[in-house]
Design a protein around this ligand. Structure first.
Ligand SMILES: [Zn+2]
Length: 266
């Protein structure tokens, strides 16, 4: 009897473990209007992630204009909040081949507000960053976050008036030094009204070369698959391709802990 109970409990635990790790299937573009649809979010991601859009680039300005239009369309009445780039960001952007002067050494956040029925309740914030590193279109990091925020706002609105204020914050210069978040939480009038933050950020895109997750670095091609690839400065010509026998998932991944800490750029 005890053995049967033990076996039954283990089976139940296993089934529960499998069930709780399942993710919902992405919904198509014709999903019910009040549902979140990954396909609808993808239409924004495709627009945002056409090319790298680091701070100071023409593409960065294009993406900001696109997002301003989308936020307006969603009734968020977007406003820009500009603030100075930190010295570390300016140095990092220059080192990576970017041009902070083209952005007037400023980061520009986009902030939207959907007023709730009870304005006295603490607000909920949906947050993501719209800038990228110099060398990536940022489809995952963080266009998925931005696209998901926009689609979530659309779905929430389709369900009727919101109970409490919903604040949308699309930050700038996150990849450089989290400047946009610092600028908002450093003194925006809405800051003290926020009761909860849902920050959508990309993680886990590359488990092979954590030391190369800095915005100014990227993996140099390893000569073999037996060691963690070293980092090379991002400026200059692109590195040669990785050996065909050594894909982005080397059999021997580095075992040292990631240097990422809270506050590192992603
Ligand atoms: Zn990121």
């Amino acid at each position: 009897m005890r053995l049967a109970l033990l076996f039954g409990s283990l089976t139940l635990a296993f089934l529960l473990a499998v069930w709780t790790t399942q993710v919902p299937k992405p919904r198509p573009a014709d999903a019910p209007v009040a549902a979140f649809s990954a396909a609808r979010a993808m239409t924004d991601i495709e627009q945002i992630a056409q090319a790298p859009h680091p701070v100071g680039s023409a593409e960065h300005a294009r993406v900001r204009a696109y997002l301003t239009a989308r936020m307006t369309q969603l009734g968020l009445s977007p406003q820009e909040q500009a603030g100075p780039l930190s010295p570390a960001s300016i140095q990092r952007l220059r080192k990576a081949g970017g041009d902070p002067e083209a952005a007037n050494n400023q980061a520009i956040n986009l902030i939207g507000l959907l007023p709730g029925k009870d304005r006295n309740q603490p607000a909920v914030m949906l947050m993501a960053h719209y800038d990228t590193v110099v060398g990536s279109p940022g489809a995952a990091d963080d266009s998925t976050g931005v696209g998901a925020v926009l689609e979530a706002v659309r779905a929430i609105q389709a369900r009727g008036p919101v109970e409490r204020d919903l604040v949308v914050l699309l930050t700038d210069a996150e990849e450089l030094n989290l400047d946009g978040a610092r600028i908002f939480f450093g003194g925006h009038p809405l800051r003290d009204r926020i009761g909860a933050v849902v920050n959508l950020e990309a993680r886990g895109a590359d488990a092979v070369a954590p030391p190369c997750s800095r915005p100014d670095a990227r993996p140099a091609p390893p000569s073999t698959c037996s060691a963690a690839p070293p980092c090379a400065p991002m400026a200059g010509p692109p590195p040669p391709p990785w050996p065909s026998s050594c894909t982005s998932r080397c059999p021997t991944a580095p075992t040292s802990p990631s240097p990422r800490t809270v506050g590192s750029a992603d």
